[in-house]
Design a protein around this ligand. Structure first.
Ligand code: HDE
Length: 702
């Protein structure tokens, strides 16, 4: 394993309790861990019970402040391997061809508390800490390439608006409430991001099936100090896939740890998730050549305009040993950059450089960089000592610079002609102002580009999501103000959402929205520049990311006593050949007897693991049909799978079960008695993730 170096460092801190006597935190062996010290076995407890104080005192302080945003998250260790030469653009050691760098990745939702559901409609955080030979580099990105706001000053307001409302602390992990839509309907710069979060991108099928983006424009810097603008992309090897909103809601009820479990299980079973690392490279000279400003985090650089160059692959190959010590205590900070990479002047990014450091100091305390998961793999050397929870012991009486008593050590790299971090040389010129450039004033062109690039089915999901969210808004003024924004994006979109809310879309922005927009841009609205592309296939999950592998997909086999082994194997073997998994679902856990007398162990039932937890459904043949034909949970299972546009198959003799369901025989339903090629057809359809073309006829509740 290539992440050995970091793992080795971490294992130094891993404690194995096997065959060890229980001790206090000071290592004193504990004789009795059941009883407090008392005056007589029915008497009052004694204040001198140092063993009890050691245990309860620790327990009382076991919680630390959760992250103010992105509190809910799951992480894993891994490695990045670079396979393309981009030395022309960057001298970053970890980005050189052939280099393998250990890393830790943490995925998260934004709005919910630490214990909230994984399936909330939300942006997903996609943070990677690279333990490079030049120190740590943190790429703290999201699964959506743009953001709600342009300037860091608005961030606390955005978050206050989306978090549960402060009087009653409702709703949890949801943007569908008044304060969020109040805020965004007054901030038209959020229009593009709103399109993304109302799309299925905000409800991924798996953390392993989402893209990642650095969002901001960064800079690569080569050995001669030449800079190149760069956008970072993560492209999942398993494709980009989502669930339908109705599935997300149900999964939240059945298994609110769905994504966390999925990531853990995949890694435990050796199905290591992988992403390709891509870069969009933009020469500095081209900075002003686009219809948008490269420093504006509400804009993408369309892939058709600047292609994504794949340079390496990230593999997540080890689960954490301890959630708190690793996933909870990892401290990301976009200000952690290494030689060869620099920040751009994006005012959102600049604000982040303060906020993360500050929040980690509050959340974890000073010296959080000495916590094992945050330590660089290279030894740090500086004159900082003291501070809370200091772990390292700095030798000697010299802790200042310059010094002669320690021969000037630790020395600056320049003194010995060695390489060190040098900021990219950039001319800066301007009056000191609190202002926003008019090059940030086009709020709708890319929102329109996103919407137009979606397939008809995806558009319908966006309409449904907006209708759902705005229906949850109580204040009719807010609903109308947002529909006015939708009109600027696409009049038909506004019309369709308006129909669901009984609102005739206003053709102009609301006066209040204009008032706020004009604070930044006095001449708002400003005629936008002509966009480079009308549509971008890369923005659609159906068109751009569609058919691919079925590896790691889970197919539910609906069985009961007497099911035919041969009928199970007919599909199971074919699925397993392509890396998918057959999961038997029955009425009870424990032993199940097949038609040949063989016993198999059942771990999932119709009620513990319903259809929403699977990608496709198959009913094998056998005496089991007689049990299932009277089982309401079975019908709920296949009905749900059907409505969620999944592919279904029925072995010979099980087709009669359809009569009591509302499953219609359509192109996504394979009946073995009518189609000899049903196994191939089933697998081909599964490759598309969902039977997109049947969305309308199956009336998918999305
Ligand atoms: Fe964050 N963000 N953010 N953010 N963010 C935090 O840092 C902040 C932004 C992102 O897995 C906090 O450790 C400001 C954009 C992720 O631990 C905090 C602004 C993007 C994570 C913070 C932004 C992100 C955070 C809270 C606007 C995508 C989780 C706890 C200027 C590029 C990291 C913490 C993890 C976490 C501040 C905007 C992504 C408060 C001020 C844009 C993935 O520091």
């Amino acid at each position: 394993m290539e992440n050995n170096k970091k793992i080795k460092q971490l294992t130094k801190s891993v404690i194995d309790n096997q065959d060890q006597v229980l001790t206090t935190n000071d290592g004193v062996p504990i004789y009795d861990n059941n009883n407090t010290l008392k005056a007589g076995d029915r008497g009052p407890s004694l204040q001198q019970d140092h063993i009890f104080y050691d245990k309860l005192g620790h327990f009382d302080r076991e919680r630390i402040p959760e992250r103010v945003v992105h509190a809910r998250g799951s992480g894993a260790h891994g490695v990045l391997e670079i396979h393309e030469d981009i030395s022309e653009f960057t001298c970053a050691k970890f980005l050189q061809k052939g280099v393998k760098t250990p890393l830790f990745t943490r995925f998260s939702t934004v709005a919910g508390f630490k214990g909230s559901t994984d399936l909330a409609r939300d942006v997903r955080g996609f943070s990677v800490k690279f333990y490079t030979e030049d120190g740590n580099f943190d790429l703290v990105g999201n699964n959506i390439p743009v953001f709600f706001i342009q300037d860091a000053m608005n961030f606390p307001d955005l978050i206050h608006a989306v978090k549960p409302e402060p009087d009653k602390e409702i709703p949890q992990a949801a943007s569908a409430h008044d304060t969020f839509w109040d805020f965004v309907s007054l901030m038209p710069e959020s229009a593009h991001m709103i399109m993304w979060v109302m799309s299925d991108r905000a409800i991924p099928r798996s953390l392993r099936m989402m893209e990642g983006f650095g969002v901001h424009t960064f800079k690569l810097v080569n050995k001669d100090g030449k800079g190149t603008f760069v956008k970072f992309h993560w492209k999942p090897k398993l494709g980009v896939h989502s669930v339908a909103w109705n599935e997300a809601q149900k999964i939240s009820g059945y298994n609110s740890d769905f994504h966390r479990q999925d990531l853990w299980d995949a890694i435990e079973s050796g199905n290591y998730p992988q992403w390709d690392l891509g870069v969009q490279l933009i020469p500095e000279e081209d900075e002003f050549n686009y219809s948008f400003d490269l420093l504006d985090a509400t804009k993408i650089v369309p892939e058709e305009v600047v292609p994504v160059k794949i340079i390496g692959t990230m593999t997540l190959n080890k689960n954490p040993d301890n959630f708190f010590a690793e996933t909870e205590q990892i401290a990301f900070d976009p200000g952690r950059i290494v030689p060869g990479i620099d920040l751009s002047d994006d005012p959102l990014l600049q604000g982040r450089v303060f906020s993360y450091m500050d929040t980690q100091n509050y959340r974890l305390g000073g010296n959080f960089h000495e916590i094992p998961i945050n330590r660089s793999i290279v030894q740090k050397h500086n004159n900082q000592k003291d501070g809370s929870s200091r772990i390292d012991i700095l030798k000697g009486n010299v802790s200042y610079f310059p010094n002669s008593k320690a021969s000037g050590c630790p020395y600056q790299a320049m003194w010995k002609g060695e390489e060190g971090f040098v900021s990219h040389k950039q001319k800066v010129d301007g009056a000191k102002v609190r202002a926003r450039s008019d090059s940030f004033a086009d709020h709708f062109s890319q929102a329109t580009l996103f919407y137009r690039s979606q397939s008809e089915e995806e558009k319908q999901h966006i309409i449904n999501a907006l209708s759902f969210e705005l229906s949850k808004v109580n204040d009719p003024k807010i609903r109308e103000r947002q529909v006015a924004i939708l009109y600027q994006i696409d009049p038909t979109l506004a019309q369709k959402v308006g129909d669901n809310l009984q609102i005739t879309p206003p053709t102009e922005l609301d006066e209040l929205t204009l008032k706020f927009a004009r604070q930044n841009h006095p001449n708002y609205p400003i005629q936008p520049k002509k966009v480079e592309v009308e549509k971008s296939a890369a923005l659609s999950m159906k068109v751009g990311k569609g058919e691919g592998t079925i590896a790691t997909r889970k197919v539910a086999f609906l069985v009961s006593e007497g099911v035919e082994k041969q009928s199970i194997d007919a599909l199971k073997n074919a699925l397993e050949k392509q890396g998918a998994e057959a999961v038997l679902i029955s009425t009870k856990v424990g032993d199940l007897t097949l038609d040949n007398g063989e016993k198999v162990n059942i771990e999932h039932t119709y009620t513990t693991d319903p259809s929403v937890c699977f990608d496709a459904v198959y009913t094998p043949a056998g005496a089991s049909v007689d049990v299932l034909k009277n089982n309401a949970d079975y019908y709920e299972f296949i009905n749900d799978a059907y409505r969620h546009c999944k592919v279904l198959a029925f072995a010979k003799g099980t087709e009669k079960l359809l009569d009591k369901s509302f499953v219609e025989k359509d192109a996504g339903v394979f009946l073995a008695n009518e189609n000899d090629q049903w196994v191939d057809g089933f697998i081909d359809m599964l490759k598309k993730h969902r039977v997109w073309e049947l969305e309308e006829s199956r009336k998918v509740p999305s």
